[in-house]
Design a protein around this ligand. Structure first.
Ligand SMILES: [Zn+2]
Length: 499
């Protein structure tokens, strides 16, 4: 769709002289990337390839200031484009020239470059900004978490607005250099590898690099007093973990879980193929939240995940996302099953490995423990809707569908799919439909009606379908299927994404 440039009469004549004859095709980029679950998230008209964030953060006052430099390529003739951002902007430059900017909607920063941008050309966008993130909200909420000694940005599907301007949707992945200066004695944790630190005049600068495409919501920042541990997994993956020095009684259990990251990432590589990133690890800040999040290469864990002792199941869940969600990201938020169905299924495989219940037993238990009139079955994991995006059914019915697929196509094809999928869409995006087509190609089996039953129908799959999928419907009365030993532990990770 082409919209005409509308300019006041006096300006029009001079602009018409300055702009090529095709100027009528120059139009503002859309304020959303086109995701029906979140129409205003992300933006249209350009694609970012790299973010360079040079920030300074003062933990005592929550003041953040800095400069973001975005390298982008236009995908249409642009008279104007949006970034998603909440902090106070003092200057924007596009290709070196000062650009004008304005606010609109809940989190849009509208940027009008001095000269319109032709389709297919590169644009360097520099945004200077400052602000107190904890004073900003959108839609009435904030995902910026203050801690006694700093702050954390880690949430899904939105966390970037509070600390850097972006095209905030997983469809636009980019590499990152995140450089943060904090007072000496305080640490700044982010994704990827720690390239260097340097100290000057009481401030230490932490330079982190993510050299593989990364979604905006998977980009994290934590500032506080951390104890950092490093190592290398048997498989050769560098490990960087960080623990708040203020974890209290959860400190031991947090370390007893997250220090096993190297072992668990190697174990998952056996199922999903080589680990796709330059480093791995997790961090446990002193937040009061309850969830964990698969922030790329550096998983976010709430201390509460370790309140009952060590919890390797949640570590397995978040590390599985490094392949299913981070390496291969969803195309739209409706595709959440290709993240959560498989991360939950990885917990089932770990349960089996630990001798605490096989994946089949866990699937049988999910099927049997929810009667047909349970609202659980009204949620379709293949397209749950924005309100149910992180419903328990996306996880448990989602993993049940994965087990049903395994029973339908057999172990050889199933495990070939698990290992081949991350390679097929490495560092890219894919949908539930892409997954179905891939599984059909690998297994040589038509799966349209199978996916309809297990992922899209808003009711419990009937006993014959369950029998065909290798489940145990004969015992399908609640309580007739024994509860696997790992059930409670896995269910304890259900708060994984709840806000
Ligand atoms: Zn998850």
């Amino acid at each position: 769709m082409h919209r005409r440039l509308i300019v006041p009469g006096a300006l029009a004549a001079s602009l018409l002289l300055a702009i090529p004859a095709s100027a009528a095709s120059y139009a503002p980029g859309a304020p959303g990337i086109g995701d029906p679950y979140y129409p205003a998230y992300g933006n249209g008209g350009y694609d970012v390839s790299h973010y360079d964030l040079r920030l300074t953060y003062q933990p005592t006052t929550d003041e953040l200031e800095g400069t973001a430099t975005l390298l982008a390529t236009t995908t249409q003739d642009l008279s104007r484009f949006d970034l998603d951002f909440l902090l106070d902007v003092s200057e924007v430059r596009v290709n070196g020239a000062k650009a004008s900017f304005a606010r609109s909607g809940e989190h849009e920063l509208e940027i009008t470059p001095a000269k319109p941008l032709a389709k297919g050309t590169s644009a360097t966008v520099v945004v200077r900004y400052s602000g107190v993130p904890s004073t900003k909200s959108a839609y009435g909420f904030s995902t910026w978490h203050r801690t006694p000694d700093g702050a954390v940005a880690a949430d899904e599907p939105e966390s970037a607005w509070w600390w850097y301007p972006s095209n905030d949707h997983p469809l636009d992945k980019a590499t990152y250099d995140v450089s943060v200066a904090v007072p000496d004695g305080t640490q700044a944790i982010s994704n990827g590898t720690l390239q260097s630190t340097s100290s000057r005049l009481g401030w230490t600068r932490w330079n982190w690099r993510s050299n593989k495409p990364q979604a905006t919501y998977l980009t994290t920042l934590a500032v506080g007093k951390f104890d950092i541990t490093t190592g290398t997994s048997d498989g050769g993956v560098p490990v960087v973990n960080a623990y708040s020095k203020d974890l209290g009684d959860n400190d031991g259990a947090a370390r007893a879980s997250v220090e096993r990251t190297g072992e668990l990432v190697d174990w998952l590589s056996g199922y999903f193929g080589p680990y796709p990133f330059s480093s791995v690890g997790g961090y446990v800040p002193n937040t009061t939240t309850g969830y964990a999040l698969e922030t790329q290469t550096r998983v976010y864990y709430s201390p509460r995940q370790f309140a009952n002792g060590s919890n390797t199941s949640v570590v397995v869940h978040e590390l599985a996302h490094q392949w299913f969600g981070d390496d291969v990201s969803l195309k739209g938020w409706k595709d959440i099953w290709i993240n959560e169905g498989f991360a939950r299924y990885a917990q089932w495989l770990w349960s089996e490995h630990e001798g605490e219940g096989t994946a089949q037993e866990l699937a049988d238990y999910v099927y049997a423990s929810h009667p047909a009139d349970d609202a659980f079955w009204t949620v379709a994991p293949g397209d749950p809707g924005p309100d149910d995006q992180f419903d328990i059914a996306v996880y448990d019915r989602g993993a049940l569908a994965v087990q049903a697929l395994r029973d339908k196509i057999g172990d050889d094809a199933f495990f070939a799919v698990l290992k081949g999928w991350p390679k097929e869409h490495a560092y890219g995006n894919a949908s539930v439909d892409d997954f179905r087509k891939y599984a059909e190609r690998v297994s040589g089996t038509s799966l349209a009606s199978f996916f309809g039953t297990w992922l899209f129908q808003p009711s419990k799959p009937a006993a014959p379908a369950a029998r065909n999928a290798g489940l145990a419907p004969a015992q399908a009365a609640k309580g007739a299927v024994a509860r696997p030993k790992s059930w409670k532990k896995i269910a304890a990770t259900d708060s994984v994404h709840s806000r």
